[in-house]
Design a protein around this ligand. Sequence first.
Ligand code: F6P
Length: 460
Amino acid sequence: MKRIAILTAGGDTPALNATIAGAVTRANALQIRVFGIIKGFSGLLNPQFPHLELNPLFHSIPELNPCLGGTILGASRTYVDGHDKAALDAVAMRLKALKIDGLICIGGDGTINGMQPLADYLPVVLAPKTIDNDLGLNYPEEANEWIREADEASGKPRYRRVKKNREIELDEIINYATPGYATAVYVAATGIERIRTTAESHRRIAIIEVMGRDSGYIALGSAYGQPDIILLPEYAIDLESITTRVKELYDLQKHVVMVVGEGVVTQDGTLLGDEMKQTDPSGKPILSGASEVIRNALIERLEDSFFTTRRRNESAESAIFTRKLGHTQRGGRPIQFDRFQAMQLGGKAVDLLHSGASNYVATLQWNQAKGFYVDSIAANRLRDQYGGIHPRQMHTSFYNPQHFQPSAIGEKYLMPIFTNAIGGEDMEAVRVNLFHPGNLRQAYQSVNVDVQKRIRYLES
Ligand code: F6P
């Protein structure tokens, strides 16, 4: 293996450059040239095939900094259509023109689907990334628990779990944690801490929405910020018991902090964060998140009288506020855990290609005796019997729905990841960089400007 290509697909995470850097470091040692493809699968589909060499003379280019968030290669949510033979042939031809012997895709479950059809043309492996932590299995046979049914209403197939969530040991988890997750939780937990003191001062109820789609891992990890109530997608919400808990907490401490995973559902399975049937002044629909729906429900249930009878001179509307932490969870410098593990996984992906593996996924495993270590799994082991890949949901035993907090095993799950997740240099980086006087005088220098100068194209 002499030349490999690498791309970053799907939504970005803070640890992508670290994964690329890990791959390039390993490739340097093995004397393999690495070519980055620009903007994920859309770069492969582009006839001009924008790419750059990441390790000329087996030295990493200086723009590749594992501490830098985002990806110097750019990312997109475009995927290769496995049924489009002409497009696949064209991609294979472009890779061949660049004499690429193997491809590393850094991505999540969607990326595995995009990568799969390319496995017929050249060796491909996946290095995992996702802040949602939803790539992997809670236990090895979990992928076999899905059945496909016809949904008459939509005419599209619908997937349902037949068995769900048998008891697990933590060392059974396939891909324990994914680079990007720890940094997202770090941002969420610090955001919660900060919102806490202002809610406390103003006697307010704060509803903080965190990312994660259908998986509650970020919401679970946000427990480090000590929210009073955590709601996550794996447990249908019960507004009655939430309201009761909010009242109890408010009476005790005169404020409440609640975390809501963006994918929370109602008892009948409806996604709470779906479009609200409201329009803005121009008539466009207002897209509102789950936190807004919960806020409205609390306003209705508590009413102004709940606050005025407690001598809080405020309406329910002004006492209850929402904040989406949004893309702050996905951006910026990765913390030490993510940097270190991402680099290991990038290196593992190169080793997999070098050893002749194809259609494999590098994984991060954990057990009590060894701690974290990298391993791999055939991508097909993540697929259900129909060939589909489902985002991993948090194992339901990790949460205690009565207390709205992580359960004992949930805490055990979190601790190996987070106890030493932040390095001294992470704090030092804030101290040195944030209030550097130069920041006031100098505009932001985007790495894209320097990378652009290195990009080459295939002749059309
Ligand atoms: O999958 C990662 C993720 O950040 C989710 O947590 C979130 O729902 C989604 O991407 C947001 O995507 P976009 O940046 O395309 O709005």
